[in-house]
Ligand binder design. Structure first.
Ligand SMILES: [Zn+2]
Ligand SMILES: [Zn+2]
Length: 267
């Protein structure tokens, strides 16, 4: 089982030590994982305070010292970079370039300065409007970061949405999703299935992933986005089933930013 989106205490919004996440991964049956701590230079804030970028070198040193105790888990060292504008991408790269990341994925948290999970983001907007606005924003800024490997949580707007049915549908923003998918495909980049957005709802994404495949999408990564040990590996098996159902042939793991593809029907 691959979980390519795990946070630890080096992320400003996470208090769980890497050691605890690794123990949780072992208990959950995760065989390969990637730490993906936040490096945001897009002005990302939580409850009014700015999210400080993770000290990736210090994190790597801590995890290197733990590696010998986890010979059963392939541990990769990655980063979740906030997608915003060219300056955000450039500053994030300057912050991480000396740390030889295995994997970098980019994700949007802020839409025009407002965190897309804050109650104010949804105020006065229908679900359709709030979701379309988020996806439109990804589409508008996806070209600002040339180096990311995978787009993280394309449906983040649904994660803490206040609507009775939070389900994210392809039909919320078909043109923008098509534009995003086409760009990822032509650039050889991939798409993440993020299991945290589902929370405890039934999983969704079959329509969007089927379209991604239809346009030529060949691989996805799976990420629990775990900030707590109980979430490591959480619902990854369902995400694999979903990708298979959409006809997506591969998942990828990464080392030194280079993908290795694994056929989903052989996992
Ligand atoms: Zn994120
Ligand atoms: Zn994350």
């Amino acid at each position: 089982m691959f979980d390519y989106h795990i946070h630890c205490s080096y992320s400003d919004d996470c208090e769980t030590p890497a050691l605890e996440q690794l123990r949780a991964a072992r208990a959950a049956g995760v065989t390969e994982l990637c730490f993906a701590d936040h490096v945001d230079f897009d002005g990302c804030h939580i409850d009014g305070s700015f999210l400080r970028p993770a000290d990736i070198a210090a994190r790597n040193a801590e995890i290197e010292a733990l590696r010998a105790d986890f010979p059963d888990i392939t541990i990769r060292l990655g980063v979740e970079v906030g997608l915003g504008d060219e300056a955000a991408a450039k500053n994030a790269w300057a912050h991480i370039q000396g740390t030889n990341p295995d994997f970098v994925f980019a994700s949007v948290h802020l839409v025009k300065g407002v965190n897309a999970y804050a109650p104010i983001y949804y105020e006065g907007r229908t679900k359709e409007e709030a979701y379309a606005r988020y996806v439109e924003h990804i589409h508008a800024c996806i070209r600002t970061n040339p180096y990311f490997c995978v787009l993280g949580h394309y449906d983040f707007c649904a994660k803490f949405a206040p609507y009775a049915d939070r389900t994210f549908y392809y039909a919320h923003a078909p043109e923008h999703l098509d534009g995003i998918f086409r760009y990822l495909i032509e650039q050889g980049k991939g798409l993440e299935i993020n299991t945290a957005t589902w929370q405890d709802s039934p999983c969704w994404g079959l329509d969007a992933l089927t379209r991604y495949r239809e346009l030529g999408g060949e691989f996805v990564t799976f990420g629990s986005d775990a900030h707590r040990p109980g979430r490591v590996g959480w619902r990854i098996n369902e995400a694999v089933e979903l990708a298979r159902a959409a006809g997506i042939p591969y998942t990828a793991t990464f080392q030194a930013m280079q993908p290795t593809f694994h056929a989903l029907d052989k996992l």
